[in-house]
Write a protein that binds this ligand. Sequence first.
Ligand SMILES: C[S@@+](CC[C@H](N)C(=O)[O-])C[C@H]1O[C@@H](n2cnc3c(N)ncnc32)[C@H](O)[C@@H]1O
Length: 178
Amino acid sequence: MVYIIFPLIILIFFYFFSSKVSPIPYFPTNKADLDKIVKALHMKKYGVVIDLGAGDGTVIFAAAQKAYQDKLNTYFIAIDINPILIAYMWIGRLFHPNKANIRLILGDMFKVDYAPMLKKYSQRVFYIYISPWFTEATSHMIHDQKLKSRIVSYFYPVQDKKEDQKIKGVHDVYIYKS
Ligand SMILES: C[S@@+](CC[C@H](N)C(=O)[O-])C[C@H]1O[C@@H](n2cnc3c(N)ncnc32)[C@H](O)[C@@H]1O
């Protein structure tokens, strides 16, 4: 039995944390900062929140819970490249009170055509918690696709942009208005 479980644990660990599998490894947002992040998203009625590299859904599920309580009809899109994390979120979504407003996408965040998906929403917010060397690429992608959007970046500032607001936390939250 140990010959099966041990390699399995190594494999899962490698899959989640190796930069060979994903250049942006999986680390969940610190729960102590969740309320600040959800506030920073500035959710509006008929808006949309997109978590680029949503991981286990910590942020998207907390935000969807708050929108549900506040009766906001905000829509949520969680994108991740890791099928195990998408499967994990799929189970979490099943039991979420706001599940009708949560969409999960398995794929590479840099290869998604966002414009058709987001055009009907009056307010768009991208949440990112990704490696510092990808924040700039993400911001350029959002700009190049002409997606006038708010960007909320956790832990790392967007390299070539001056933030409009910075919220202090265990790790800081950087806000870029559209
Ligand atoms: C630091 S974690 C952040 C998780 C989550 N957003 C949170 O704040 O708790 C980064 C996530 O990005 C995902 N990821 C890495 N590269 C990606 C890509 N090209 N497209 C989509 N997701 C990606 C990883 O699988 C990982 O779950």
